[in-house]
Design a protein. Structure first.
Length: 77
């Protein structure tokens, strides 16, 4: 009786052979670093550095963001 693959998954295969079920694990494929992950981490590091180097500017931007949100919520009522 030939093998019959019941479930084909990226992590395992469920195979029926000779009336029995076998779980056959698939080798894990390494995920290479994507350019988007490197870009996102670089942007995060740069933003944190700017917050540490220029606290007055970051406080001003934070306050302006808060007041802008409050102003928008006030207009929507």
């Amino acid at each position: 009786m030939p093998e019959k693959v019941i479930i084909h998954n990226s992590s395992y295969n469920l195979v029926e052979s000779k009336g029995r079920l076998y779980i056959i694990p698939q080798p894990a494929k390494p995920n290479p670093y994507k350019l988007s992950n490197i870009f996102a981490s670089t942007v995060t590091v740069v933003l944190c550095a700017c917050l540490l180097l220029f606290p007055a500017v970051s406080i001003f931007l934070l306050l302006s963001l808060i007041f802008t949100n409050m102003f928008k919520k006030g207009l929507n009522k």
